[in-house]
Design a protein around this ligand. Structure first.
Ligand SMILES: O=C[C@H](O)[C@H](O)[C@H](O)COP(=O)(O)O
Length: 218
């Protein structure tokens, strides 16, 4: 079974959380794309969606699925998105696709966050995947220096601009023993929009696709 097939299996399992008339928050990336494509098959069941990126909004619209602005949608019942890493406590690293800020906003506006991934994303300690930080461009060097003080090795994501017009620093070599504290500490650096740790508001459900089938952690 390929990694992509495992992602698709996790996305299929997440359909069980979709209830009639829902407005659903939609994440970004290859696993979220599987969910979008599967949601198209039951689009008559839902009211609308809110997208966490321009790319996901375009994919949803290409399937004829209604996409609302979060400000019109109000509180959402469900958010479905992928992750780059997760612990068994459902603390996540996200932002490999650079959509972390809008993802964190939509997740924050949702009652339930269902994270979908292949089981290679489950780790004991976060940090092997470089931690993305969205940064206001003029603060790039300041944030990089502060991250070096925290033991990280910041690398500017070359040629990449977020949907919000900012840059991404990917922080290598972090061993994140306390994700809640680290998320808060990084977010206090001036110029940081947000970082890719989802620990203050972790996922509520983690669905992992693997060779032996799908497992769900709550
Ligand atoms: O910015 C991107 C998102 O956080 C993605 O959810 C994350 O990078 C996982 O992506 P994929 O589903 O492609 O592995």
């Amino acid at each position: 079974m390929s990694q992509d097939a495992m992602k698709k299996a996790a996305a299929e399992a997440a359909l069980a959380f979709v209830e009639p008339g829902m407005i659903i928050g939609i994440g970004t990336g290859s696993t979220a794309n599987h969910f979008i494509d599967l949601l198209a098959g039951i689009k008559g069941k839902i009211d609308a969606t809110v997208a966490s990126s321009i790319a996901s909004a375009e994919r949803l619209k290409s399937h004829g699925i209604r996409v609302l602005d979060l400000n019109e949608a109000g509180q959402l019942s469900l958010y479905v998105d992928g992750a780059d890493e997760s612990t068994e406590h459902l603390h996540l690293v996200k932002g490999g696709g650079g959509a972390l800020t809008r993802e964190k906003i939509v997740a924050g506006a949702s009652d339930k966050f269902v994270c979908i991934a292949d089981d290679s994303k489950l780790v004991r300690t976060l940090g092997k995947f470089p931690l993305p930080i969205e940064v206001i461009p003029m603060a790039r060097a300041l944030v990089a220096r502060e991250m070096v003080k925290m033991g990280g090795n910041p690398v500017l994501r070359q040629g990449f601009t977020t949907d919000n017009g900012n840059v991404i620093l990917d922080i290598h070599n972090l061993t994140i023993m306390n994700p809640v504290e680290m998320e808060d500490r990084i977010n206090r650096i001036p110029g940081v929009v947000t970082n890719g740790l989802f620990a203050i508001r972790p996922a509520d459900v983690l669905i992992l696709g693997g060779v032996g089938g799908v497992q769900t952690l709550i």
